[in-house]
Design a protein around this ligand. Structure first.
Ligand code: 4AD
Length: 460
């Protein structure tokens, strides 16, 4: 007996397992009874897109057992099956398991169990967020998410970065957009009483704290949940999302862009090698252009253009746009789409945005008007990375903070990093969920995170 194996392991080993006795545990996807005294049960255990077909030959069990067993083997029931791996004569699979022993752990009443064989809409599945991981799409995305998380740590470890756990509760609003969630705590919450003695928020980005450690350890990254109280009900905004943020001392904007390119390329390669089955599933059922899009990135690379050139290009195509931006305006989703999907047909890195559009920490360029910023835009999703070289000059930083109306006293620690041993440094943030949208082709960001939080919605 091989012992308990996952469906994934069994399918990977395939015909090598023929003749072996194995045990698997999982959930019934479908059951079909044939007139020839055999039932076919498709079992999925969450380890693979494909199911393992189990054959229940009635002659091996006796009529009494079968008449008791079959009514309990509905879609959704949890079971344990022991049996022998056999070559499968049927279409669609190489092997199957000929059942010698079967146990039903938990039944799923077909009159109430919401996941039946038909296809369900993502909107419907969001309302049953506790059951939707049992579907092919959500389980495939979550396996991809898990594989990417490991690949992220691996990428940075191999390049000598240290993983820093930046705080979830913070006193600063890194992006300065005021989109923060306030933190209150303690038994007697009253107006003006502060658990920490001062107002605190859920972090919008770990960057400022990562900078502290980059200016001590050289190359660091943080990877954790971030929170934004934006009232944006779009297909690419969440109120809670995960961000990967590398931060490097002795690094300028060019070095930052190089790392971002290497990172995205390396994550695509990780997906193609670690999640091959999931990738083909996405290609078949979610986005038929997925392979083209990802191979374009690997082969063609990334186009880098300045914000000013982007505005020029967009103005030349004013007729094709609903809103035409002029210099100083933020790029809208429509503009990002135009640049990535029509102009370049691939990823675009836009650099040197106007100073007034970007947060206080970005390094002011010699023109005094723009900052050393970079946003990576991709087809289908738009911005997935935002980053910059950081302002390392005390006087310019203080001027920036003053212009943005910030309270300098609250950021003395941040200015200290420039007073003592200041170095040029840079970093970026990649939103994991938008990246998964890009890698899987899934339309709505709510499908890329196990428990989506959006305005008006926080289940569990
Ligand atoms: O461009 P952002 O706001 O940059 C920062 O927060 C910097 N402090 C990062 C850094 O330099 N260390 O956000 C970075 C990325 C975006 O490109 C996007 O992928 C993602 O975070 N993001 C969101 N993802 C989902 N929902 C939202 N509401 C998001 N806001 C930003």
């Amino acid at each position: 007996m091989e012992g308990r194996l996952s469906v994934r392991e069994i399918l990977l080993r395939g015909k090598d397992l023929v003749g072996q006795k194995v045990r698997i545990c999982g959930w019934v996807r479908t059951r079909r009874d044939s007139k020839a005294g055999v039932s076919f049960v498709e079992i999925n255990d969450g380890s693979a897109v494909r199911n393992l077909q189990a054959i229940i030959d009635y002659s091996r069990f006796g009529n009494l057992v079968i008449s008791e067993l079959l009514p309990r083997l509905h879609t959704g029931a949890s079971i344990m099956v022991e049996g022998t791996i056999e070559p499968s004569p049927g279409k669609g699979q190489d092997i199957e398991i000929l059942v010698s022993h079967i146990k039903v752990y938990g039944e799923a009443d077909p009159s109430t169990y919401p996941l039946q064989k038909k296809r369900h809409s993502f909107e419907f599945l969001r309302q049953i967020a506790h059951l939707r991981p049992r579907t092919n799409t959500i389980s495939a995305i979550m396996r991809l998410r898990s594989a990417l998380s490991y690949a992220i740590h691996d990428f940075f470890k191999k390049r000598g970065f240290y993983y820093i756990h930046t705080p979830i509760i913070t006193t600063s609003d890194c992006e300065g957009a005021g989109e923060v969630f306030r933190v209150v705590g303690g038994r007697n919450i009253t107006e003006g009483s502060e658990f920490f003695g001062r107002p605190t928020y859920l972090t919008v980005s770990g960057q400022l704290q990562a900078e502290i450690y980059a200016l001590a350890l050289g190359k660091v990254y943080t990877f954790g949940p971030t929170f934004r109280a934006e009232n944006s009900n779009t297909r690419r905004h969440l109120a809670e999302f995960w961000m990967v943020e590398p931060e490097m001392a002795f690094c300028d904007l060019d070095g930052d862009i190089s790392l971002a390119k290497e990172f995205v390329t390396s994550m695509i390669e990780a997906m193609l090698s670690e999640c091959e089955e999931e990738f083909f599933f996405f290609q078949k059922f979610i986005d038929e252009h997925l392979m083209d899009r990802l191979t374009t990135v690997l082969k063609k690379g990334f186009e880098v253009i300045s914000y000013s050139d982007a505005i020029k290009i967009l103005s030349q195509h004013a007729r094709e746009l609903e809103m035409v931006p002029s210099w100083g305006d933020d790029l809208q989703a429509e503009h990002e789409r135009f640049l990535t999907e029509k102009m370049v047909r691939g990823p675009v890195i836009v650099i040197h945005y106007p100073r007034k559009l970007k947060p206080f920490y970005m390094r002011v360029n010699d023109d005094g008007e723009t900052v050393s910023a970079m946003d990576l835009l991709v087809p289908g999703v738009g911005e997935i990375i935002g980053g910059s070289q950081r302002e390392e000059r005390v006087d310019v930083l203080v001027e920036q903070m003053t212009l943005k109306g910030m309270n300098i006293e609250d950021y003395e620690w941040y200015i200290d990093l420039r007073r003592y041993g200041s170095v040029f440094h840079a970093g970026f943030g990649l939103g994991l969920e938008r990246f998964i949208q890009f890698l899987s082709g899934i339309q709505n960001i709510r499908e890329t995170i196990p428990f989506p939080r959006t305005p008006g919605h926080a289940l569990f």
